[in-house]
Design a protein around this ligand. Structure first.
Ligand code: ADP
Ligand code: MG
Length: 265
């Protein structure tokens, strides 16, 4: 496989106040250029920790991530990250346009920056809100700003940590389609972590199921649904139903298998 992103035996142990926590067991994942890969698993299985290790924000306890063959030791310039908590990721004293412009301010000429900001605000449907401040917008709109900021940056690899978890169902569906649309137009590699099985299947080329902590890769499933995806047609497709039950069973039976082992001790 011609991988752009190679996550090789990454594990993370926190030394918490109440003793060590093995948040990520040992995870190896390869992602091809232009692929959309989702990582699903229950809350607390180490998804955020894994993403922070991949993005270079946190040093893994073992293993390494390689981007284009180079070991990641800090946040690489080819990557952008969208976090779950949009409220904390935007600066309240900057307008929407200034927030989107911020990461590219030192990297691009003014004219190019202006068109990148305009284009990405248009892609997320916020053209009319460029001069607003984040606190004047709804949660879903603020998350759109965070997504626009990642898009303006034009990363090779976009990492997303439950980016739609804090918005209502309608907004979530809209944002899923915004990301798919932008990916189709600009061609990025995307790694999304989510606890939402439907979202993972809907958006991805491939879904990776994590086990309970200390998490490892439990299953790796290819999603053969046609693009462009459609909120109604795709979700009514027999393959969609098949995949979501397969993943659901993987997650719940994974739990049961471990519970049984524990109770037999
Ligand atoms: P997820 O994103 O899948 O919900 P997290 O990566 O946030 O999982 O957390 C995995 C485990 O690591 C949890 O048990 C959590 O309590 C623990 N954990 C997360 N961050 C820290 C930290 N900074 N210090 C100690 N333990 C942590
Ligand atoms: Mg998390």
């Amino acid at each position: 496989m011609n991988a752009i992103l190679q996550i090789d035996d990454v594990s993370k142990r926190y030394d918490g106040r109440s003793g060590p926590v093995q948040a990520v067991g040992s995870i190896s994942i390869e992602v091809r250029a232009d692929e959309f890969v989702s990582v699903v698993g229950p809350s607390g299985c180490g998804k955020t920790t894994l993403l922070r290790c991949i993005s270079g924000l946190l040093a893994p306890s073992t293993g390494a991530t390689r981007l284009n063959g180079k070991v990641v030791t800090g946040p690489p310039s080819e990557m952008a990250v969208v976090f779950q908590d949009y409220a904390r990721s935007l600066f309240p004293w900057m307008t929407v346009a200034e927030n989107v412009d911020l990461p590219i301010r030192r990297r691009r000429e003014r004219a190019e920056r202006e068109s990148l900001v305009t284009e990405s605000l248009k892609a997320v449907g916020l053209t009319d809100f460029a001069r607003h401040y984040p606190w004047q917008l709804s949660g879903g709109m603020q998350q759109r700003v965070a997504i626009a900021r990642a898009l303006a940056y034009q990363p090779q690899v976009l990492l997303m940590d439950e980016p739609f978890a804090s918005v209502d169902a309608q907004t979530r569906a809209e944002l899923e389609d915004v990301v798919l649309d932008v990916k189709a137009r600009f061609g990025m590699t995307v790694l999304l972590v989510t606890h939402d099985i439907d979202e993972a299947v809907y958006m991805s080329d491939r879904v990776i199921v994590l086990s309970k902590p200390p998490s490892t890769v439990q299953t790796n499933l290819t999603v053969d649904l046609p693009f462009p995806r459609d909120q109604v047609a795709t979700k009514e497709h027999p393959e969609f139903a098949q995949l979501r039950s397969e993943i659901y069973l993987e997650i719940t039976q994974g739990h049961m298998a471990r519970e049984t082992v524990r109770s037999e001790r």
